[in-house]
Design a protein around this ligand. Structure first.
Ligand SMILES: Nc1nc2c(ncn2[C@@H]2O[C@H](COP(=O)(O)OP(=O)(O)OP(=O)(O)O)[C@@H](O)[C@H]2O)c(=O)[nH]1
Length: 366
């Protein structure tokens, strides 16, 4: 008998939605599963890979740079997957984090293609949502103005949701029940065909509702129970109109949709306004000063995401910004040789950012 295929979960979601944070928590919470995680970033340097490696634990992390996982010209994806298959005796589950500017459809299609289908099986595709941003109209609905960036973000967001089996509402700490219900309603409106909505309290996924769902398996696994639905976060709050989608069974064919070539294009290839670059400094940075500088840049420039590290007194400073919400955290157990910040934005000007960083921090950046 041939070896069983390895299940693969694809994790998608817009820039800064919390994909890496959810995966970090998953690594910590599922020690009994041997996980391999492929991280695909838009920029040339993997900040996320470094963060996930910092979790330690049993998971192995593979970086796929340049945000082009699973495209025809991608030299890394197939060999990485083939190498994982060679080591199948030590891997239970593969997770692929796609870049925040990618559509998951290319990876899903490759998994169903000749080279990988005999060895891997798509388990489910998760779309992670920044819930406060969804509720604030940050994805281009009614209250947004007409700027191109809003339209571009809204289009990508909707395409990511349309390809997902499960939508994970993240960053829900601080939201009340009414807000959560509004978010669920908004997601159902945008993506009527999704199967589950999961609430990630404290950026944690319930592994019983996330891994091993078999949503894309063929007919012989037609009727599979995968966990008491009473435990599904969010369900108790509101019975959903179409209970069949949420009754705890997976029915053959439901998820076996094929993903057409039309959905294959990388979003940032269709829309070259999206750019990512790294800005560096050799100087030690003060946490508050750098945090305020990044916040000021996010307000004045078309920047949607900043992440990276900097050397600081007594450790390594981690900077994470999603729009103008900026976090600066010092890790006293780590160090950094130089500051490296990845900026992702819509038609951003690198020279202007470098100049402003110099002014605002009083240090040299290049
Ligand atoms: N308050 C709050 N913040 C969160 C939560 N999850 C993630 N964050 C923060 O959101 C920021 C972005 O999180 P990431 O996990 O790096 O997001 P990502 O989707 O991997 O980002 P990209 O890979 O750049 O697209 C970080 O500052 C996180 O600390 C959450 O549940 N609550």
């Amino acid at each position: 008998m041939s070896a069983p295929r390895i299940p693969v979960t694809v994790v998608t979601g817009f820039l800064g939605a919390g994909k890496t944070t959810l995966l970090s928590n998953l690594i910590r919470d599922s020690k009994q599963r041997r996980l391999a995680i492929l991280v695909n970033e838009f920029g040339e340097v993997s900040i996320d890979g470094a963060l996930l490696r910092g979790e330690g634990g049993g998971a192995e992390i593979h970086d796929l740079s340049n945000g082009l996982v699973a495209y025809d010209d991608d030299a890394d994806f197939l060999p990485t997957m083939q190498a994982l298959w060679q080591r199948r005796s030590v891997i239970d589950h593969v997770l692929i984090e796609t870049s925040g500017l990618a559509l998951p459809s290319a990876v899903m299609e490759q998994l169903q293609g000749e080279a990988l289908a005999p060895y891997f099986v798509l388990d489910a595709t998760l779309a992670v949502v920044d819930t406060p941003l969804l509720l604030d109209g940050g994805f281009g609905q009614a209250s947004s103005d007409e700027r191109a960036v809003d339209a571009s973000v809204a289009e990508l967001f909707e395409l990511q949701l349309a390809n997902a089996d499960i939508v994970v509402l993240n960053k829900i700490d601080g939201l009340d029940d009414d807000a959560l219900l509004s978010a669920e309603a908004r997601v159902r409106e945008l993506a009527p065909s999704i199967r589950f909505i999961e609430l990630a309290y404290d950026a944690k996924l319930d592994t019983r509702l996330t891994l091993g769902l078999h949503l894309h398996e063929p007919a012989n696994t037609a009727h599979r129970h995968y966990g008491p639905m009473a435990t599904m976060p969010g369900l108790a709050m509101r019975p959903l109109a179409n209970q069949v989608l949420l009754d705890g069974h997976s029915h053959s064919g439901l998820g076996a949709h094929s993903h057409g070539l039309a959905t294959h294009k990388h979003f940032h290839e269709q829309d070259p306004g999206w750019q990512s670059f790294m800005i560096r400094s050799k100087e030690t940075q003060h946490p508050d000063t750098l945090r305020d500088a990044v916040a000021a840049l996010a307000r004045s420039e078309p920047i949607l995401r900043v992440k990276g590290f900097a050397p600081t007194e007594g450790g390594r400073l981690l900077i994470q910004a999603v729009r103008n919400r900026v976090e600066a955290r010092v890790d006293e157990t780590a160090s950094a040789k130089q500051a490296q910040l990845v900026f992702i934005g819509y038609h951003p000007s690198r020279p202007r950012l470098v100049e402003q960083l110099r002014e605002l921090t009083g240090t040299i950046w290049h």
